[in-house]
Ligand binder design. Structure first.
Ligand code: SF4
Ligand code: SF4
Length: 194
């Protein structure tokens, strides 16, 4: 699965970073997509069913994230085991692997990007995109030459989702600066009809 217009590679959806202590943070677009995938008419159902919980970023901002099950086999609830076949690119046939049920059209942005990450400076609007191995042995990272990063072009769909996420970050930061309560922020940004 490539995150660019060309075929530089990228995540091969091995599912290894969909378990354990990973934190998959979501933006409102992600909530909309996951609600639709789950057959819900509004995003509130995701919180009610505890598919999504509210977590707090370093500045205390309430941000939704996917709830992983606990324990040694803890994983994302959208991860399922599948036996690979000849239509499973990057894998030998007959191997049991974990695949994402949201892949590709309902997948959260952060999962679409992995093993890329980006950080945004809301003050000056600058953004930084780089590689970050979610796990030491991430096969989506192996073979990449980081020096080629500036030459890579993100696909148009991903660029649009990133742009919308930046708008979301701005909105969230504005509501915090305005002194909105956590409850008000959650109601305003995260609960809506699909
Ligand atoms: S980012 Fe890496 S570890 Fe995670 S699913 Fe993709 S290839 Fe596997
Ligand atoms: S949404 Fe999909 S890719 Fe993301 S953590 Fe869950 S199973 Fe993995």
């Amino acid at each position: 699965m490539s995150f660019t217009d060309s075929s530089e590679g990228g995540c091969i959806c091995c599912g290894e970073c969909c378990r354990g202590g990973m934190h998959v943070y979501l933006n409102p677009d992600d909530l909309l997509l996951i609600s639709r995938f789950s057959g819900l008419s509004n995003t509130y159902g995701l919180f009610e069913q505890k598919i999504v919980i509210i977590d707090y970023e370093r500045n205390g901002a309430p941000v939704p994230r996917l709830r992983f099950s606990k324990g040694p086999a803890g994983c994302c609830s959208f991860l399922e085991n599948r036996l690979t076949d000849e239509d499973s690119p990057g894998f030998d046939s007959g191997r049991l692997i974990g695949l994402c049920r949201l892949h590709p059209e309902y997948k959260p942005l952060v999962c679409m990007l992995a093993p890329l990450y980006r950080s945004v400076d809301l003050d000056d609007g600058s953004e930084q995109i780089g590689f970050k191995r979610p796990l030491p042995g991430c096969p989506g990272y192996i073979g990449f030459d980081e020096k080629r990063l500036p030459d890579m072009t993100l696909s148009a769909g991903l660029k649009e989702r990133l742009r919308r996420e930046t708008d979301f970050f701005r909105m969230l930061s504005g509501l915090i600066a305005d002194g909105m309560s956590e409850k008000q922020i959650i109601g305003q940004l995260y609960y809506f009809d699909c």
